[in-house]
Design a protein around this ligand. Structure first.
Ligand SMILES: *Cc1c(COP(=O)(O)O)cnc(C)c1O
Length: 468
């Protein structure tokens, strides 16, 4: 029995995997990973895969990055963890200073959580509590976009709108106000991203005008709706939203958990609109993809609304056991060092260009409706009918066939429904990008054939070659 198989058997006897119908693994091989290096993941039988989705969008500088490894090793000999209430430590102080420095001016306070969903809960609770402390208890609703995703805990799900994740739990969710997304995939033919984003803003304006007295905040994924299928829109929407939130006295929460740290082409997506949100939620790439950590940045105005004598009971009494964990902060500091020292944002421009060039031909594929890109995210939307953009029935799981093909070729290309996307670590090479484009094109060809063959990834594809 192969080493992989031994680990698979032990795994399936005891584990329950995230976001997975476990029965799928009766057919689909689970892949136990032994080690990682750079863009590569290697299984127990020695087969290697390019991590084209950055291990669920967290990894930016590769697996087992020597600089991040060293910083964590140094930290673990010094202090692994300490309670952050009443106590503090050097890595969390240094990290907070640096986050305040690199984010838009006016975001001067950092509150930590230990994953993205909890960070969203923090922002929602803080916004509601702010208005309560300011004598406006009626401001308690949240405005959110259709097709948005903000995490898996109940309040985070409530402000999300991807039915696959939320529909089952509808009975448990908070009541929110949903506004149609500026998603530019849905724009009429011939209309620019900017014009469409402006037009779609009218619905947001109307909602704010009508309901602002009961609204605490608008929460939004800036520029890219990630889990909703890498749907994209123009920064002008964010600018209009900032102005409207100011006019109507409503907080603006930017969920940059997926798009922060260079993913959209700027260090933070809000920079492209030249705005500052009232709450900025960061996680995922914050630690380079090493350890769970999240930061909710906010303004001095918000901070001051909670700052009072204990007996007024205005304090934000929210905590997580691992708040501000020193090892995670050390990983984040090493990650920020790399951003600072390596000219990452500029170097990414060439890589983003290469992703666009390598996949441009797919736009004319008979079952591709659109190839779209914002910075270091490129998405290819497969459809049943190119002319009408009729989607494939989700039951056909066409994206899964691309995934399976990619595995046989040595690439981890986990899709979102019928959307195949690249969201690679920034250390990927131009040649590796070309290889991914080739694998994606083959996979899309296979998956969109009239009677698509259902291939099980076993062993190496005849065309397998190690692209180095
Ligand atoms: C991943 C994600 C979250 C949730 O973060 P977790 O750490 O998975 O809880 C929230 N918002 C966005 C936009 C995300 O992509």
């Amino acid at each position: 029995m192969s080493l992989n198989q031994q680990w698979i058997d032990r795994d399936l006897a005891v584990l329950w995997h995230p976001c997975t119908q476990m029965k799928d693994h009766e057919r689909l091989p689970l892949i136990p990973i032994k080690r990682g290096e750079g863009v590569w993941l290697e299984d127990f039988d020695g087969k290697r895969y390019i991590d084209a989705v950055s291990s669920w969008w967290v990894n930016v500088f590769g697996h087992a990055n020597p600089r991040i490894n060293q910083r964590i090793k140094d930290q673990v000999d010094q202090l692994e963890h300490v309670i952050l209430a009443g106590f503090s430590h050097a890595p969390v102080i240094e990290l907070s200073e640096r986050l305040v420095n690199i984010t838009p001016q006016g975001l001067d306070r950092v509150f930590y959580a230990d994953n993205g969903s909890s960070c969203i809960e923090v922002a929602l609770k803080m916004s509601f509590h702010y208005w309560l402390n300011r004598g406006q208890p009626g401001k308690k609703r949240f405005v959110t976009l259709t097709n948005s995703y903000h995490g898996e805990t109940i309040a985070a799900m409530s402000v999300g709108d991807v039915p696959l994740f939320t529909e089952t739990y509808k009975a448990l969710l908070l009541d929110t106000l949903k506004v149609p997304s500026p998603d530019c995939y849905l724009r009429p033919e011939g209309v620019s991203w900017e014009a469409h984003s402006r037009t779609m803003f009218q619905a947001m304006e109307r909602t704010l005008a009508e309901h602002h007295a009961t609204i605490a905040a608008v929460i939004i994924e800036p520029l890219i709706q990630g889990a909703g299928g890498m749907r994209m829109y123009h920064p002008v929407y964010l600018k209009l939203l900032r102005e409207a939130c100011d006019r109507y006295g409503v907080h603006l929460i930017h969920d940059e958990i997926a798009v922060g740290f260079g993913r959209t082409g700027t260090l933070f997506a809000c920079e492209q609109a030249g705005i500052r949100p009232d709450f900025l939620c960061l996680s995922k790439a914050l630690t380079g993809g090493y350890l769970p950590l999240a930061a909710c940045l906010t303004t001095e105005d918000v901070y001051q609304a909670f700052y009072d004598d204990y007996s007024t009971l205005r304090a934000f009494l929210h905590s997580h056991s691992y708040t501000g964990n020193p090892l995670a902060c050390a990983a984040a500091l090493a990650t920020l060092d790399i951003f600072e020292q390596d000219n990452v944002i500029e170097r990414n421009q060439a890589l983003a260009q290469r992703m666009g060039d390598a996949t441009a031909h797919l736009a004319s594929h008979p079952h591709v409706a659109e190839v779209r890109q914002t910075g270091m995210v490129l998405a290819i939307e497969m459809v049943k009918d190119k002319a009408t953009r009729q989607a494939y029935p989700w039951q056909e799981r066409r994206g899964l066939q691309v995934f399976e093909h990619a595995l046989t070729r040595g690439a981890l290309l986990r899709p979102l429904g019928s959307v195949v996307y690249f969201l690679p670590p920034y250390i990927i090479t131009p040649e590796q990008i070309d290889f991914l484009a080739e694998v994606a094109a083959e996979g899309i060809d296979l998956a969109t054939r009239e009677r698509a063959p259902v291939s099980v990834a076993q062993g190496l594809h005849p065309n397998f070659r190690d692209p180095g």
